[in-house]
Design a protein around this ligand. Structure first.
Ligand code: ZN
Length: 327
C-alpha cells in the first residue's frame, strides 16, 4: 500500500498465519501455547520462572502509568524507519506523528507503546522515546504520557521528561492495539543464571520453537528489583558513525535502578523486512530512563511483564539501505 505523497512505503504481513495454523479468533489459544513454550525456554536463563495467562492488570494504574488499561483489541506492531536514518549521519527530516502511524496501521483509535527516537526539532537534541499515547476514533491524541530521555550536556547525567509533542523521529517500534482489558501473557522471571537479557531470552525461545515462521509480541515489563544497563543517545554525532565501535563510543551507558517500566516489542524472526527484532525503552518515576540492554544484578533482578501476541506487522518507511550498526 502506498500512502499519500509516497512518503511511506508500507508493507503488512499477517503473522497470525504463522501460529501453527491457528485462525485469528483463536489468539487466546496461541497465548496458551506460548505459555508452555516460554515457560520451558526461559529456564535456560532464569532459575525462577512463571508464565501464566491472566486478565491484564489495569495498566493505567501505578506502577505502569500507561494510557490504556489493557493490551486487547486488534494487536499489531509498527516498525518505522530504522537505524539507517541515524547512521552514519542523521537524516533529520525523518519526522513522524503518532496520528500518521495510527492511520498507517489502520487503527485510528490506537493505544501505542514502545521504543523510538524523540523529536529533536521539539526537544532541541536527539533523545530516546518511550512512547505511551492513546488516540480517539478521529485519530486525535486523547492521552499522552510518553517520555523522552536525553543527556544533560553539562554533567552527562540522564534527564527524563514528559514528551510535550505528538511527533518523533528516525525510528519507532510500537505495539498498537485498542488498549482494551482482556487476557495477556504474564511472565515473571528472577535469579538469572544465563547470559541473555529478559527479552532476548523470550525472543530466542520463540525462534527455537517457531523457526522461520515469525511470531511477535508487544507489551510492557517491569524491572521490579535490581539494576539495569541502559543507553541514551546524546545529541547527534558531528562525525559519521561508521562502525559499532564508533556508535558505542558515541552512546552513553548508565546503570539505572528499579523500578523501571519498559515498553516495546519483539519478533522471533525477521521475514526479510529489515525489522528491529527486539526493542524496549524504559521510564520511571525517579528520573531515569533509556534503551534497555540487560540487568547487571543477576541474583537480585526481578522481572514481571504483560504481553500480547500481534496479528500483523506493518513495516513503515523502510530505509533503502540496511545497516547492522546501532541495532
Ligand atoms: Zn532504543
Amino acid at each position: 500500500m502506498i500512502l499519500p505523497k509516497n512518503v511511506f512505503f508500507q508493507r503488512e504481513i499477517n503473522v497470525s498465519e504463522n501460529y501453527r495454523g491457528e485462525p485469528r479468533r483463536d489468539l487466546e489459544v496461541v497465548c496458551y501455547a506460548m505459555r508452555s513454550i516460554l515457560s520451558g525456554g526461559l529456564q535456560n536463563t532464569f532459575s525462577d520462572v512463571s508464565v501464566n495467562i491472566v486478565e491484564c492488570p489495569d495498566l493505567t494504574q501505578d506502577p505502569f502509568m500507561l494510557t490504556s488499561p489493557g493490551l486487547g483489541g486488534s494487536p499489531r506492531l509498527a516498525d518505522i524507519g530504522g537505524p539507517a536514518y541515524l547512521i552514519p549521519l542523521p537524516q533529520k527530516d525523518k519526522r513522524y506523528s503518532f496520528q500518521q502511524i495510527a492511520k498507517a496501521v489502520e487503527l485510528p483509535n490506537a493505544f501505542m507503546i514502545g521504543a523510538g527516537a524523540g523529536p529533536h526539532h521539539i526537544v532541541g537534541v536527539n533523545s530516546e522515546l518511550m512512547n505511551n499515547v492513546k488516540l480517539n476514533e478521529k485519530a486525535e491524541i486523547e492521552k499522552n504520557n510518553a517520555h523522552i530521555a536525553k543527556v544533560n550536556q553539562e554533567n552527562g547525567r540522564c534527564i527524563l521528561e514528559k514528551l510535550n509533542s505528538n511527533e518523533f523521529c528516525l525510528m519507532g517500534n510500537f505495539l498498537c492495539c485498542e488498549g482494551k482489558p482482556g487476557k495477556v501473557i504474564e511472565v515473571k522471571a528472577k535469579k538469572r543464571h544465563g547470559e541473555e537479557n529478559f527479552m532476548s531470552s523470550m525472543r530466542k525461545t520463540l525462534y527455537n520453537h517457531y523457526g522461520n515462521k515469525s511470531v511477535a509480541l508487544g507489551g510492557v515489563f517491569l524491572v521490579e528489583r535490581g539494576k539495569a544497563n541502559l543507553h541514551i543517545m546524546p545529541d547527534f554525532s558531528k562525525t559519521p558513525l561508521t562502525s559499532q565501535e564508533d556508535t558505542n563510543k558515541w552512546l552513553r551507558f548508565y546503570e539505572m535502578n528499579a523500578p523501571l517500566i519498559c515498553v516495546g516489542e519483539l519478533v522471533s524472526h525477521d521475514p526479510d523486512l529489515d525489522l528491529r527484532i527486539e526493542h524496549f525503552h524504559c521510564f520511571s518515576k525517579h528520573g531515569q530512563g533509556g534503551h534497555y540492554h540487560f540487568d547487571v544484578t543477576p541474583n537480585d533482578v526481578e522481572y514481571r511483564g504483560y504481553f500480547t501476541v500481534a496479528e500483523y506487522i506493518y513495516r513503515i518507511d523502510k530505509p533503502p539501505v540496511i545497516t547492522q550498526i546501532g541495532r
